[in-house]
Design a binder for this molecule. Structure first.
Ligand code: FES
Length: 150
């Protein structure tokens, strides 16, 4: 276990994975050993925080692409990233609440009717829009509704 691995609480394999995904950067010694700059700890803290609130590595990667790899993430950058993730989480929570509310009406029912069951209707409506994760589709739908002001 490297010193960075110990200090960040991240396994060496996770560090290699993050590096392979371009989330962090390591330098190589003449013996081809990885050396992480000190500021990688702050970047790892951002990655861990984002994962703790349920963001995917793809989302973290996209966000961190706006922060250069050769210096620490600044307070202002962290504020910007966390603000944008807050909005994303709000949308997901609302989508989950809608799914939960639909499920509540189904408890004790058992019909699973294509015409009257809100979950079946939602599924059919989303399925008609094409294949893909239903939850993400619901989030996209909420985002579009938000942009349209409704
Ligand atoms: S199962 Fe009957 S409304 Fe959903």
């Amino acid at each position: 276990m490297t010193q960075v691995s110990r200090r960040a609480g991240v396994s060496a394999s996770a560090l290699r994975f993050y590096e392979a995904r371009g989330l962090i950067e390591a330098h190589r010694t003449p013996g081809n050993q990885r050396r992480y700059p000190r500021h990688v700890l702050r970047r790892l803290a951002v990655i861990r925080a984002a994962q703790a609130v349920g963001l995917s590595l793809a989302e973290v990667s996209e966000a961190l692409a706006t922060v250069p790899l050769d210096r620490p993430v600044t307070r202002e950058e962290w504020a910007r990233l966390s603000r944008s993730w807050h909005d994303t989480l709000d949308l997901r929570i609302r989508a989950l609440q809608q799914l939960r509310d639909g499920l509540t009406g189904c408890i004790g029912c058992g019909c699973l009717s294509q015409q009257t069951c809100p979950l079946r209707n939602a599924e059919d409506r989303l399925a008609a829009q094409g294949a893909g994760p239903r939850f993400l589709d619901a989030v996209v739908e909420l985002e579009e509704r938000d942009r349209a002001g409704g």
